[in-house]
Design a protein around this ligand. Structure first.
Ligand code: NAG
Ligand code: NAG
Ligand code: NAG
Length: 348
């Protein structure tokens, strides 16, 4: 069984996205086993260089797995009401199919997953779970605003460097002359930038009865949802690029000179996306038939757009809600259960 699995994966790997390591998110059998470098070779979806990173830093792999889970959850959250709902990441069978290669959807996946790894590894550092890193104790003294820096700020440098080694390596090995590799590397970096650019300062007051005589502050990462929101906006404004030789180097330049130049924070893509309307299992497209839609919304979640003009079915469903809630002195809330019927629309 194991062998059949492995062979399937190896065959798949010939022509898939460079994010097959996201399979880690789905491997439940690993709990606790990620201590022994021996497990590295058996992890589904890792390419050779990633196995090497794993052997060197096996203690960080639990965090990498967490980063993969965060990335998949966030992708599915951000895209839940769109035609492409990030279902590409749902099962091994459809994983990394070709439909989204080179598109802005692929750009988003690369950005969110490299940010996910940097985020989860940094968090593990701050919690003292890893031997090779900890929190940042170098920011010290009194800030210009008059607060005291406290001991434990999130130190992104280890997490970022780890993400670069783990996520970017498979691309580098394809050679920088590959346009797809250049695109993926750029988007990986943009994902990490979204994290770096939204670091925050958190503070705590000290002093008699809540006065704020002394304030100690430290730097923290933004919630991962924030990174997801930022990258979703970058997705909406992504720049279409094409490769161009500049001297001996190959660069990705905006496809039209009317497009604004992109920055290190923006996402770029090489190919226009398919419409994702019709089911095409061979290419990993689910199609939108059967998806729930909103009859009145003019946006992407509206039946018109989501169902690609094919129309929709309406069915009745019963929802049970808490209602007529009363506050009882003291201190409980008593509610009734109300049932009412709602219309549910789903795409033909
Ligand atoms: C953050 O981590 C890096 C790499 O582990 C280390 O070199 C650096 O000294 C740390 N920075 C601070 C300010 O603690
Ligand atoms: C995405 O859409 C497909 C059908 O097109 C559906 O089967 C799947 O459950 C959806 N996934 C998520 C995460 O919403
Ligand atoms: C459907 O879309 C409308 C308009 O955008 C919005 O006001 C409403 O809350 C949506 N309904 C549901 C069930 O999401």
């Amino acid at each position: 069984m194991e062998i059949v699995w492995l062979c399937m994966v190896l065959i798949l790997m010939q022509h898939v996205l460079a994010v097959t390591w996201l399979h880690l998110a789905k491997q439940t059998s690993l709990r606790g086993a990620l201590r022994d470098p021996g497990v590295c070779a058996g992890l589904t979806g890792l390419v050779e260089e990633q196995v090497r990173v794993c052997r060197r830093q096996v203690e960080a792999m639990e965090a990498v797995k967490r980063g993969a889970e965060l990335a998949v959850e966030e992708c599915q959250y951000q895209f839940h009401s769109r035609r492409w709902n990030c279902s590409t990441l749902q099962g091994l069978q459809v994983f990394g199919k070709v439909a989204i290669q080179g598109t802005r959807e692929s750009a988003f996946i690369h950005a969110i997953s490299s940010a996910g790894v940097a985020f989860a590894v940094t968090r593990a550092c701050s919690r003292g779970e890893l031997e090779k890193c900890g929190c940042d104790r170098k920011i010290r003294g009194v800030s210009p605003e008059g607060f005291q820096w406290s001991g434990c700020s999130d130190n992104l440098s280890y997490g970022i460097a780890f993400s670069q080694a783990f996520v970017d390596n498979p691309e580098r090995s394809r050679g920088i002359s590959s346009s797809r590799a250049l695109m993926n590397l750029h988007n990986n970096e943009a994902g990490r930038k979204a994290l770096l650019a939204h670091m925050k300062v958190e503070c705590k007051c000290h002093g008699v009865s809540g006065s704020c005589e002394v304030r100690t502050c430290w730097r923290v990462m933004p919630p991962f949802r924030k990174v997801g929101n930022v990258l979703k906006e970058k997705f909406e404004g992504a720049t279409e690029v094409h490769p161009q030789r500049v001297g001996s180097r190959k660069l990705l330049v905006p496809k039209s000179s009317r497009f604004k130049p992109y920055t290190a924070h923006d996402l770029v893509y090489l190919l226009a996306s398919p419409d994702f309307c019709d089911r095409d299992p061979r290419r990993g497209v689910f199609g939108t038939s059967g998806r729930q839609c909103n009859r009145t919304s003019p946006a992407m979640d509206g039946c018109e757009l989501l169902c690609c003009g094919r129309g929709f079915h309406t069915t009745q469903a019963e929802v049970v809600e808490r209602c007529s809630c009363k506050f009882r002195w003291c201190c409980s809330v008593k509610c009734k259960q109300c049932r009412h019927r709602v219309e549910v629309h789903s795409c033909r």
